[in-house]
Design a protein around this ligand. Structure first.
Ligand SMILES: CC(C)(COP(=O)(O)OP(=O)(O)OC[C@H]1O[C@@H](n2cnc3c(N)ncnc32)[C@H](O)[C@@H]1OP(=O)(O)O)[C@@H](O)C(=O)NCCC(=O)NCCS
Length: 167
């Protein structure tokens, strides 16, 4: 018989992270907009903090879903990254990260990217370990949880395919 997870449930709010960055000249290309890789790095950091806050142990990035940059982020703009856990498996957590930027002079705000990452919690032996089951509470949390279930199914299928191709 499968052993039930004995850990207490937690809510997405337990993993909520808000990270703010300022776009400096070293972050930009010749067009004065940010390098995609810089945003990806910030997304990975915000996601890892959120997963680590939730699991309270070491976590590693297992995968990052396709990223779509909807609008450019410009030099001098403030960038806000909001992250929280949407869904948990046995040892994995899907974290959603929303990236918005703000023109500090005009107050105009832009939604730039939404990203979904999977982190895996590791025990002191470096192996995957159980995480607290997630209990979404608000309507928005329940909606994100439902969409995350669909994304997880296609991710698991893809990960299996990749493993099989390697062997
Ligand atoms: C991620 C990692 C720990 C998974 O280890 P593994 O031995 O394949 O573990 P398992 O097959 O038992 O899978 C463990 C969990 O990871 C999930 N997982 C594994 N590969 C995944 C992938 N590519 N995408 C999403 N989830 C994945 C599994 O679905 C499983 O989830 P569950 O426990 O919630 O059911 C391992 O592949 C690893 O260490 N990768 C390198 C991570 C890294 O260096 N990241 C960058 C720097 S942080």
């Amino acid at each position: 018989m499968k052993k039930a997870n004995s850990l207490k449930t937690k809510s997405p709010a337990d993993s909520a992270v808000i990270m703010t960055e300022l776009v400096l000249p070293q972050h930009t290309n010749a067009l004065g907009t940010i390098f995609g890789g810089t945003v990806m790095s910030w997304i990975d950091i915000a996601g890892a903090i959120s997963a680590g806050k939730y699991a309270r142990c070491s976590v590693v990035t297992a995968s990052i879903d396709a990223l779509h940059f909807i609008a450019p982020i410009k030099l001098g703009h403030a960038v806000q990254l909001k992250a929280c856990v949407n869904l948990t498996g046995k040892s994995s957590m899907e974290v959603g990260v929303r990236v918005d930027s703000e023109n500090l002079i005009t107050g105009e705000r832009f939604h730039n990217v939404s990203a979904y990452l999977t982190f895996v919690a590791l025990g002191s032996d470096g192996k995957p370990r159980e995480v607290h089951p997630l209990e979404p509470k608000t309507e928005a949390e329940k909606r994100r949880y439902k969409s995350a279930i669909k994304r997880r199914a296609s991710r698991v299928a893809l990960a299996k395919d990749i493993k099989n191709e390697d062997h």
